[in-house]
Design a protein around this ligand. Structure first.
Ligand code: SF4
Length: 858
């Protein structure tokens, strides 16, 4: 057996009979190591893996709650065709024949894949191989289209390769950390904790946050620049000019390793600092502090994320940042460099495998004939895609206009996550073949699937994942799969084999796929491509099972698997081995679409304790307690002029859609700007899919949509009635189909639903009481109800034997009952009928303590 630095026989085994397993968190791009302890009774306990280099034992709230999200009541357990349960054999047969017929009738370009950043590298590899090598198209719209493609383009334009130059240790080695368009404290909490721990050790370390919103990250920074939306190019162009005029350029580095300085400097111009500050919407002193700090701090890291990428000028923002690092030679050295932080857990794996419409496998490029030859020869495939495929936005346009006839969606929820999300519904409805591989049994996108395939969830999956610093870790199974759930790589391979492609897809394990991926990365490489994990190409199955986190490159013969930094001594992957500084044209910051109809700017993003469309974290009472309803934050000034009070329900409208959310007033917002989270889907709220508001404006180079900086209007929703219900089980959303506003949240003991309507309170009460009662077993329920004449509030409790089944309160005004007290009553036994009346108070009696909030609020 081969021994290497990443092999440790004692720590990793398969799930059966296992006590302790080291695996990886499936959420954000930090890529934390997770240790799962399994008790004799099968109970799983999650903790941070102290040996993992990304987190060294830390976990955030989401990671800590992983065991709570392995719920069994929202799982797709069997394949389905047109709503009918079928065997995997039938499903594979149906999908393979339907794909064959589609290709035969409409050509190769009529088939497409849409994949999420949550798949494992082995899944990506097989999908990419099938689509590009056998179907001969590059129609793979990936998670990166929505989150990282501007960074990829920025890297490729500057470095000639999509290589992240540094590693997490740079964040701790830096004296200045500039965080641009990143609410790191909420979106990558463990990385933020690492930075704060270092700042506590070295208080002189200086933290700057550049974000239009005062976020939790900004609260921990020494300087917050609340620049105007999309002001980043102007800010970093100004910085480049400042560095040049203050003699801070690294002439030696520029001469030997960089081209394009003159053009870049010409493009930045010489705008006077006061005018620059005024255009950016910040004060001059702040700007001078920032520029001065950068100029005099060689050890500077500029970390950036979706606030940079998700913009019409995302690629240019990335290159404006990189320009400053190239000009000062601050790249690839400890504590120095631009640092793109990826959003989803395996966004980097997707890039490494080339599972994007613009890339080939193993960091090779579609538009390079020699790369196409290498890949086709290695795969021994009948063909190879010859041109870039459709980006995510283009792909759904092509479905809508009939060019795409078959789409296979794996792990994604485009009905929630794409711009103009309502159009995605219409597009999928018109598509003859929609295959959805999903873990959950209910998602907004599953509603449109003609074929549903049950996928493995975290805890059942087995494979590898790559984090933002190029560290590859194993994600291991800690429990047996539920139902007929299977790995995505298995489902895709089976379809490929049934289509007659067995020679390329006869995979029997994730290990086998990983070995092939590793060998391809080394094929005809000879150091020409950074991504090379050839040393893994001859792993035994046991070595793969026991693989410890390692950093690429890991070439054959290299013994160290510690982080490598790139570009300190140049060696860029461009024809002359020099990096490219790009001339960046900086448009005036702000929003050109603002008008009397749409006078406010909407920014979107994640919240601390939820993940994407809530299909996992949305079932955890602990995580849902943080912010339990879809909300929009606004400055009190905007609230005042729109006649909105804290906690009101408001309608947010763009030219594309209208949604309803709970208003949250906060001076963290700049007047004129709003913030709303991306998480709420139709499964959890009536009208809160925030991406339905977003237009299809994209970056011209990366095709990444501008999810930030959307012009919208705001209006108070004048509900005539309000309600609050507590149920033992999650209700079907159809129960609330004609209720204007509703949002459901898990709490300990059941589910709570806040709702509001344009109906009169009596009407709402009658219909809700009937529906909720009907949803129970009618034979054994005992209702109890009353009307409070003092305030018109209606109260109802329904029991089944000694157990409370639901509580319902409706009123003309928001319902002032204690949510936490109501939830706690589901645990109690109600065998004394005389005491049941207490429940209708919706709060504890005077001799009991109240433990929670008493009104509807986020
Ligand atoms: Fe998971 Fe990210 Fe939290 Fe780490 S920081 S535990 S990877 S969600």
């Amino acid at each position: 057996m081969k021994k290497n630095a990443c092999y440790r026989a004692s720590t990793t085994q398969r799930w059966a009979g296992l006590m302790k397993t080291n695996t990886t968190c499936p959420y954000c791009g930090t890529g934390c190591g997770v240790t799962v302890d399994q008790a004799v009774d099968g109970t799983l306990t999650v903790s941070g893996d102290a040996s993992h280099p990304a987190n060294r034992g830390r976990l955030c709230a989401k990671g800590s709650a992983l065991a709570e999200t392995l719920n069994e009541d929202n799982r797709l357990l069997s394949p389905e065709i047109d709503g009918q349960q079928v065997s995997w054999y039938q499903a594979i047969d149906h999908v393979s024949r339907a794909l064959e017929e589609t290709i035969e009738a409409y050509g190769r370009e009529s088939v497409a894949f849409h994949i999420s950043g949550q798949l494992l590298t082995e899944d990506y590899y097989v999908i990419n191989k099938l689509v590009k090598g056998w179907f001969g198209t590059a129609n793979i719209a990936s998670n990166s289209d929505l989150s990282m493609s501007s960074s990829i383009v920025g890297h490729q334009r500057a470095f000639g390769t999509d290589t992240v130059p540094g590693c997490y240790e740079d964040l701790e080695a830096a004296n200045l950390v500039v965080m641009v368009g990143s609410n790191l404290a909420w979106c990558h909490p463990v990385l933020h904790q690492r930075i704060l721990a270092e700042k506590q050790r070295r208080p002189e370390m200086f933290l700057v946050v550049i974000d239009p919103r005062r976020t939790a990250t900004a609260d921990c920074a020494d300087l917050h620049l609340a620049i105007q939306p999309d002001g980043d190019c102007l800010l970093f162009n100004g910085l480049l000019a400042y560095l040049a005029s203050h003699g801070k350029l690294d002439e030696h580095y520029l001469e030997h390793h960089v081209s394009g300085l003159k053009d870049a400097l010409r493009a930045v111009g010489d705008m006077p600092m006061p005018r620059l500050a005024e255009r950016l919407g910040i004060n001059l002193q702040q700007l001078e502090i920032f520029y001065g700090r950068v100029a005099f701090t060689p050890k500077t890291v500029t970390l950036y994320s979706q606030g940079v990428n998700q913009s019409e000028s995302g690629s240019d923002k990335v290159n404006a940042i990189i320009n400053c690092h190239l000009a000062t030679g601050r790249i690839g050295k400890p504590g120095m460099g631009p640092f793109s932080i990826s959003g989803q857990s395996n966004a980097m794996g997707e890039r490494e495998v080339g599972s994007l419409a613009t890339m080939l496998a193993a960091h090779m490029e579609l538009d390079k004939p020699q790369h196409r030859d290498i890949v086709q020869h290695f795969w021994d495939s009948p063909r190879i895609a010859g041109k870039a495929g459709l980006s995510a936005v283009e792909l759904f346009d092509a479905i809508a206009d009939g060019r795409i006839k078959a789409v296979w969606i794996l792990g994604g929820n485009p009905v929630v996550s794409l711009p103009q999300a309502d159009r995605i519904k219409a597009a999928l409805q018109s598509c003859p073949l929609v295959i959805v591989s999903e873990v959950a049994s209910r998602t907004d996108t599953l509603d449109y699937a003609t074929v549903r395939l049950p996928a493995l969830s975290w805890g059942e999956k087995d494979g590898t994942t790559s984090n933002s610093e190029r560290c590859i870790s194993r994600q291991r199974a800690v429990k047996a799969p539920l139902g007929d759930a299977r790995a995505d790589w298995w489902a895709v391979s089976q379809v490929a084999c049934r289509m007659g492609f067995r020679c390329g897809f006869n995979f029997s394990s994730a290990a086998e796929i990983f070995r092939e991926h590793a060998r391809l990365s080394a094929s005809d490489n000879h150091g020409s491509r950074h991504f090379d994990i050839g040393a893994c190409g001859s792993f035994s199955d046991e070595e793969y099972q026991s693989l410890q986190p390692f950093y690429w490159p890991w070439r054959e013969g290299r013994t160290s698997v510690k982080p490598v930094r790139f570009f300190a001594k140049g060696h860029y992957r461009t024809p002359d081995n020099k990096a490219r500084m790009l001339p960046i044209a900086a448009a005036r910051p702000g929003n050109r679409d603002l008008s009397d109809h749409y006078p406010l700017v909407l920014n979107t993003g994640r919240i601390r304790d939820q993940w994407h469309a809530l299909s996992r974290t949305g079932y955890s009472p602990r995580l849902s307690a943080h912010l339990s309803e879809p909300f929009i934050t606004m400055h009190p000034y905007d609230a005042l002029i729109h006649g909105i009070a804290d906690g009101d329900i408001v309608q947010i409208r763009s030219p594309h859609a209208a949604i309803l959310m709970r208003a949250m007033l906060s001076d963290e917002q700049t007047p004129g700007q709003l913030f709303a989270p991306i998480h709420w889907s139709d499964e959890f709220a009536s009208q809160a899919r925030v991406d339905s508001l977003i237009g299809s404006r994209t970056d011209p180079h990366s095709a990444q949509p501008a999810f930030k900086n959307q012009a919208v209007s705001l209006q108070r929703f004048a509900a005539h009635s309000h309600g609050y219900a507590m149920l033992r089980h999650k209700p079907d959303r159809q129960l609330f189909a004609d209720v204007d506003y509703w949002a459901m949240t898990p709490v300990i003991g059941g589910w709570q639903i806040e709702f509001a309507s344009l109906q009169e309170a009596r009407e709402l009460d009658t219909s809700m009481a009937m529906r909720l009662t009907k949803s129970m077993q009618p034979c054994c329920i005992e209702p109890l109800s009353c009307l409070d004449h003092a305030n018109g509030m209606r109260r109802m409790a329904v029991f089944e034997q000694d157990r409370l089944q639901f509580l319902l309160f409706t009123s003309e005004t928001p319902v002032p009952v204690s949510r936490s007290w109501s939830a706690a009553q589901f645990e109690a036994l109600w065998n004394q009928r005389s005491t049941r009346w207490r429940l209708l108070a919706g709060r504890p009696s005077i001799d009991q303590p109240d433990t929670g909030r008493s009104t509807a609020t986020v």
